[in-house]
Design a protein around this ligand. Structure first.
Ligand SMILES: CC(=O)SCCNC(=O)CCNC(=O)[C@H](O)C(C)(C)COP(=O)(O)OP(=O)(O)OC[C@H]1O[C@@H](n2cnc3c(N)ncnc32)[C@H](O)[C@@H]1OP(=O)(O)O
Ligand SMILES: N[C@@H](CCO)C(=O)O
Length: 360
């Protein structure tokens, strides 16, 4: 499935984007998908923010143009915590993305893919773009902005950038500022991609090749950080992949598992976007230029609901505690899960219960 084709989303053109880097994107489009109806008082809009390789397909089956089923079934939908019979639910593909929003694979003004010319973007730039989408949709204030991982970064940035435009914010398996450990893991993933000879410095789009080896390697590194060491040990142990012998060049079962996830991502995601978004996550800091996290959140008097997964080794609970401390109210809601960071996608019952409480 070529990146960019998401048949259920529509594009919102937001024009030139002045970026934190000092560069300007001359034109940008953000892919948007919605569910439910906007109430006459426009007070029921919920923004759902996806993680690194997610998109606007929050719920729904896989099918033509949708390589995977929606990533948050049971959390969003009729009768769910984010009840589409009650709320107008909006999902945006992040700026820099490859599922309908402007990113490295999109055409630049000269008609050629942006590739290496795509400017560096930040989470703050992504949120500024989403605020322009909200303006165009007639949404002045979100009832809730919610997301996990990179989506949680955008949710936290919304509270800091637009404190008057968010009633409640839910930041899940995420942080107010990237940690050195995350930047380190991200560097290895970026180098895996940029070191692939098929990457061509980012300009592979019109060469008929994709850096699939590098992207697959990046996914293997990332996916290992998305799951807990305990879970991997318990699930896979030191068992060989069916029909293979590790002593004779064959794989272990856990290697087969990572190969599988690598191949799936390579089939559905763009390497240039992976680099751009990983870089955006590394530079995430709601306190940048604002005197730190606490100062950044000082104007936000909405609800801040911070949810962490107890076995998350990539975004440990302590990062959520720092965000709560910076805001000065509330507690971290801890989800119990053996699955690590991906718990925010898997433990949907617990996430849904926490969000139901947040929405009251
Ligand atoms: C918000 C967003 O970020 S959206 C993006 C999230 N979605 C994704 O990233 C899609 C990729 N999938 C995942 O990351 C995870 O599968 C999750 C988080 C969605 C779900 O996790 P789980 O339900 O625990 O699935 P798990 O990680 O065990 O993977 C199961 C897959 O591994 C395969 N698998 C398991 N063991 C092996 C093995 N030894 N060899 C080969 N394949 C294996 C299974 O067959 C299954 O394949 P399928 O998904 O193609 O049917
Ligand atoms: N599995 C998720 C986790 C990232 O936080 C993704 O691919 O986006």
């Amino acid at each position: 499935m070529p990146p960019g084709s998401n048949p259920d989303a529509f594009g919102v053109r937001i024009g030139p984007q002045a970026l934190e880097s000092g560069e300007t994107l001359p034109e940008a489009t953000i892919a948007v998908q919605t569910w439910g109806r906007l109430a006459p008082d426009r007070a029921n809009a919920v923004l759902v923010e996806h993680a690194l390789t997610g998109d606007t397909h929050v719920i729904g089956a896989a099918g033509p143009g949708q390589p995977t089923a929606g990533w948050w079934p049971g959390v969003v939908g009729p009768g769910c915590a984010i009840d589409t019979d009650r709320y107008f639910v909006v999902a945006t593909n992040a700026l820099g993305g490859c599922r309908g929003s402007t990113g490295p694979s999109s055409p630049a003004p000269d008609g050629r893919p942006w590739g290496s010319r795509f400017p560096q973007i930040s989470v703050r730039d992504q949120v500024a773009a989403e605020a322009q989408v909200a303006d165009l949709l007639g949404i002045n204030r979100w009832r809730l902005v919610v997301g996990g991982s990179m989506g949680g970064m955008r949710a936290a940035e919304w509270a800091a950038s637009y404190p008057d435009r968010v009633q409640d914010t839910a930041v899940i398996a995420s942080a107010g500022v990237a940690a050195a450990d995350q930047i380190a893991w991200g560097q290895a993933q970026i180098l895996a991609i940029t070191g692939d000879p098929d990457y061509y410095g980012g300009d592979y789009y019109d060469r008929g090749v994709v850096p699939s080896h590098g992207l697959g390697l990046a996914r293997r590194i990332a996916h290992t950080t998305y799951r807990s060491a305990d879970e991997l040990d318990r699930r896979f142990g030191v068992v060989e992949q069916a029909g293979e012998q590790p002593l004779r060049g064959g794989r272990f079962s856990v290697e087969g598992y990572l190969d599988h996830h690598a191949a799936k991502l390579v089939g559905r995601f763009d390497a240039g976007t992976y680099v751009a978004l990983t870089r955006a996550m590394a530079t995430h800091d709601i306190g940048r230029g604002r005197g730190g996290m606490a100062a950044a959140l000082s104007s936000y008097d909405g609800g801040l609901h911070v949810i962490a997964v107890d076995s998350d080794r990539l975004f440990p609970v302590s990062l959520s505690e720092e965000l709560v401390a910076a805001h000065g109210t509330g507690d971290v809601h801890v989800v119990r899960s053996p699955h690590g960071h991906d718990g925010f996608l898997i433990e949907t019952d617990q996430i849904a219960r926490a969000l139901s409480t947040a929405l009251g």
